[in-house]
Structures are given as C-alpha cells and as structure tokens.
Design a protein around this ligand. Structure first.
Ligand code: PAF
Length: 285
C-alpha cells in the first residue's frame, strides 16, 4: 500500500488508471478509522480494481466553534487498518495543497443542506461538497463509498453528482453499530463511560419509532414525540433535532410516505452524535 500526499501526483496516477480501464473506488474519510470506515473499504474492495482511501480532515466543513483543531488524528494506526482491509492507496493531502493561497471556489447544494444538520452547522455541507468534488477530480473514481450513518451527507452528495453530471456511482453502506446499538463514530472517543451508556438511547428510540411505523403509525409528529420521550429519559442527553424527512429532498414530512429518513442529533456534554433510520428499510442495517 502506498501513501500519496501530493494532489498533482494523485491526479497523474488516476489518469493512468483511467487509460488502462481500471475500476477505481474512492473511500473518502477524515481518518481515525473505525469499523464503519473499514466496512466502506471492504465494500469498495469487492467492487473495484483499485481502492483509494482519502484521509483528510477537511477544514472547510468545520464551523469556527467546532472541533477541527482537536479532531482525532492517527495516520500510523489508520495506515495499518486500511492495509488490513486491502486498501491500495491512501491519499493524504495537506490542507495547503487542497486549499492554496487565493482559493475561492466552493460547491453549494441548495435546499437539502438547509434542514437537519445544515441548520445547526451552516456552511458544513458546502465544505463537504467542495472537498468531495475536489477528491473526485483528483482520484477520478467510478465509484465512491459513503456511510448511511451520515444520511444527509450521502443524500447531498447524490444530489450533487446528479446535478453536476459527475461520472461517479455513489454506493451507500449500512451503519455499523456496537453490540449495544451505538452507531460507530470517530467522535465516540469524546464520550465518558456514562455518556456512552446513555447514548445507546439513540438507536433504541429509532428502533421504537420503526416498530411503531411498522405497526401502522404514519403520523410524523406522533413518531417524533415517541423518540423525544424516550431520549428525554436520559439526563445527559440534549436533543438538537429529531426530524422525519423525505429521503431524497431532506424536507420534513407530516405523514410517512414512500421513503423517509428519521434522523436525530443529540448532544452528550460537548459531543454531538447523529443517527438515523430509513423507512422502509432498504439500505439500513
Ligand atoms: O464523512 C466524512 O468523513 C467527511 O464528511 C468526508 C465525506 C470525508 C468529507 O470530508
């Protein structure tokens, strides 16, 4: 496995793969890998000739008061893990190479980015779509693998790919969870033992809502209330949002319809956790 840190070298290599007709899969990450990221790489390994994992803590998707400076980083450990699941190349660019002096171009998806996490994190998705566009141009993948854990992010990227005609197939990979239901996230390391225990309420409350929906409850307000009540029983949980949205447009619905996503963001101390479930369940664990 090779680590590439220059954008120019990455793109030169990608062009040679393109000429030779290889199917290239990109797994975009910010590093500090866990089983969730590895499941993306494993999915890519099955479908692609060459698997590139990008590891880049992207400054443009963090707000001024967010955790960019302290976001966990461990390239040596990440390298071992990536190698263990058959990643061929790690692309690990430097911020100055991705965003050189006078950098001025951003990609903005409208509408879908204004609900859920977009409300609390203005500019976040603009940073994500900008860096993902850059990665697509640098790695020239035919396929890119995203986790369903960031359900709004993958919907936004799918929209961007359609709208801007990127020749890239987006593959959604199911959420990876601990045995107690907590969705895997690099930010889980910030949680205390007690917070970790209480955070299992997120997946539990989503499953309760799923069950109620399967039993015929179609009213979004009633389902949201169920989740609110369950989460509010945990004294350390501060709910940022619980929302039920159309799976494509990310706009809130009042009644369950074709395909919706129930999504939530909850703070435990300084740690903000997100989780979601799709109804009906066609790309969820
Ligand atoms: O999901 C992430 O880790 C990031 O948002 C991504 C897609 C790698 C872009 O920086």
């Amino acid at each position: 496995m090779e680590i590439i840190s220059s954008c120019e070298k990455m793109q030169e290599l990608a062009k040679t793969w393109q000429k030779e007709g290889f199917v290239v899969g990109l797994v975009p990450t910010m590093g500090y890998l866990h089983e969730g990221h590895l499941s993306l790489a494993q999915a890519a390994r099955k479908k692609c000739d060459i698997v590139v994992m990008s590891i880049f803590v992207n400054p443009t998707q963090f707000g001024p008061n967010e955790d960019f400076a302290v976001y966990p980083r461990d390239l040596a450990h990440d390298t071992k893990l990536a190698q263990s699941v058959g990643v061929d190349y790690i692309f690990h660019p430097q911020a100055e190479d991705m965003y050189p002096e006078h950098y001025s171009t951003y990609v903005q998806v409208e509408g879908l980015t204004e609900t859920l996490c977009g409300k609390a994190r203005p500019g976040h998705f603009r940073g994500v779509t900008t860096v993902v566009s850059k990665l697509f141009h640098l790695v020239l993948p035919q396929m890119a693998f995203f986790g369903q854990k960031d359900g709004q992010q993958v919907a936004v990227v799918e929209r961007m790919v359609k709208d801007l005609n990127f020749p890239v197939t987006i593959v959604r990979v199911p959420i990876q969870r601990q045995s107690d239901g907590l969705a895997l996230s690099s930010r889980n390391i910030y949680l205390s033992e007690e917070e970790k225990k209480q955070a299992t309420v997120l997946s539990r409350s989503l499953r309760m809502a799923l069950k109620a929906a399967q039993n015929g409850e179609k009213n979004a307000a009633a389902l949201k209330e169920l989740i609110y009540q369950e989460i509010s029983r945990q004294d350390l949980a501060k709910i940022e949002y619980v929302e039920i949205v159309d799976a494509v447009t990310m706009q809130p619905v009042t009644e369950l319809k074709e395909q919706v996503m129930i999504a939530l963001a909850v703070r435990f101390g300084k740690t903000r956790l997100i989780d979601n479930i799709m109804i009906p369940q066609n790309c969820e664990d």
